[in-house]
Design a protein around this ligand. Sequence first.
Ligand code: MOS
Length: 751
Amino acid sequence: MTSEISLSTVPAHTRHGSNIGQPLTRRDGVLKVTGAATYAADNHPEGMLFAVMATSSIARGRVVALDVDAAKAHPGVVDVMTPAHKPELAMDPDAKTNPFMFRLDLLQNDLVRYAHQPIAVVVARSLEAATEGAALLAPRYEEEPARVGLDADESFEPAAIGIGSPARIERGDVEAALARAEHRLEATYETPAQYHNAMEPHAIVAAWDGDTLSIDTPSQGLAMAQGRLAGLFGIAPENIHIRSPFLGGGFGSKGLVSGPQVLGIMAAKLVGRPVKLVLRRDQMYGPVGHRPPTRQTLRLGFDGEGKLSALHHHAKTVSSTFDDFFEPAADISHTLYAAPAILTSHEAVRADIGTPLFMRAPGEATGSIALEGAIDEAAFACGMDPLAFRLKNYAEVEPISGKPFSSKALRECYRQGAERFGWSRRTIEPRKMRDENGYLVGWGMGTATFPALMFQAEARAVLRRDGSGVMETGAHDMGQGAWTALAQIAADALGLDLDRTEFRAGTSDLPDAGIAGGSAHTATAGMAIHNAGADVVAKLAALATGDERSPLFGAGNAGVVAREGRLHRRDDESRSEGYGDILARAGLAQIEGKGSAAPDPSVQETYAMHAHGAVFAEVKVDPDLGQVRATRLVGAFAAGRVINPRMVRSQFYGGMIWGISFALHEHAVMDRRSGRILNADLAEYHIPVNADVPSLDALMIEEHDPHVNALGIKGVGEIGITGSAGAVANAVWHATGVRVRHFPIGLDDLL
Ligand code: MOS
């Protein structure tokens, strides 16, 4: 892995002001490696008790008996929360008034809807006592057979998929185009259920003071969490104080408040003391979301020169019996290849499983491995190099909408990535390359893409007479480095050095920074910060330029520039005045500004906005044992402006490793009789370790986007997984000549 980052490796286009574009190390790094960073479960308020959930061992039925007396007889147990004994809620946990309000299991009745559903909560003076108390409940069930998997029940077309897009979209006439096509290819790919497995499990420490609630809990969306909890408990959102300075990973599973987090708050209310509730690892395989399995059929029509005429991407997926998250797996085919006729369609079944949820690149991750596989198959059917095939079908406008791209440096990603990888030395035929030890060598590629999204956010800026500044927004650092990258934007927005800029984030008492999801947090919170800085600087400039005692008198707002704590005249940079002097003369201790960010509907109507990339992978396969090793990956990504190249590169690495994981390691194995996940722990739920990732390279391709937002940021959190999974799978085919269409690819598939 290349890990050194120096200023000379920072592309010039990323520089903006003096802080944006710098490869700074994370500001929270020392806190984290020394253990000084306090995660939610590290907070132990006075008098705190410990809660442990009892969770269902069946997937469908009802709880007919719980031995509450036995649990209560335990000397350390304080109380047992059950459907019959719990605080009243102000709202039915099964009510849903918007698509982001997911139904929760809060002990509302004795029904069991999935394995590991919470069925009781034991509160005790120690974690051990609570754990023993939960075991003493010895639940008895009336069990019904679990409906599991992609064939659980009759399928249907969902009313909406993902975050509300139509399940079926067609441009042109796909059936007619397929009928006319010189070549047709149909391939069905299956992807397994996957679980987020953040290092930090969902956890909460909750304390009530009358109608005021203080909680420590990891959250990717503080304001949404506040709103959801306000509804459930019937209190004002401003009476809810959430601290979430550090998350040990989220990946989408902490985007919305989960049932267990609410149960912790209910338990605290029940016993009238602060309560801590932390999920055990196996309890994360039920109530906190997952990536559902998919079965995807690709139908491609193309001519002998490799030109696509039709593309049908159909995806079947699974949701729960009681809520409506549907993985939008086929939607990636809207964007990537210029087929004149495109149809994307979705169907789903309902199974006895916890409701699936957004998991890093929801839709794009699952859809990409299938689409990139089918494209690889089509290229070989034409006897073409897979890169040449992709270039032949390069989309100059967004295929599904016909809109121009706000920017698209994908050609450059292909070119630079292929060159760095050495792609031109690849054989077209599979099973033709060997290394010095006789291992089969395969080279594969995939195209990466992810939409450039933006949500709504607000920020507050302060400049002080002592020459320092403050920027506040309730942003979330899931580990991606938001605390650092957003502080860089803040320092430039305030015209201050970073060490004069105090950046406050991670609590719900600050302005709403929007949800940290959809790879949109830097763009969203960053634009609010940028605008708040512009607002406070404009106010300061007005003080100076309107005052004849200032050297800036008469320059006008547009006539000054903020830099290193001073305002300078644009027409004569030697004439400047420090912030402190301006404020002192005006008799002010500080001056305040506000900013907000929101997607611009007119830009959205005009342009298709996506980040792009190209990933090239090498695998080596033992010809006798079928064991696969991903030996080398090169990704080249164009995602607009890079705020901090060190952190952006880490995001690409993380995504690419997730791609290796998707292709070769990761899956949740379900026991079809019980509906339980059998490998619900980090020992048996395989994800890559360092030995599985010998060499990664991520190139940042220059891309200036004048449309996405004023800072030109597209987002880098999720794109790395797309393209990478397909590249690895295609490399396995190229090594072995065996096309495996289900994942992860195992050695038994190759023998
Ligand atoms: Mo992401 S799945 O938007 O946290």
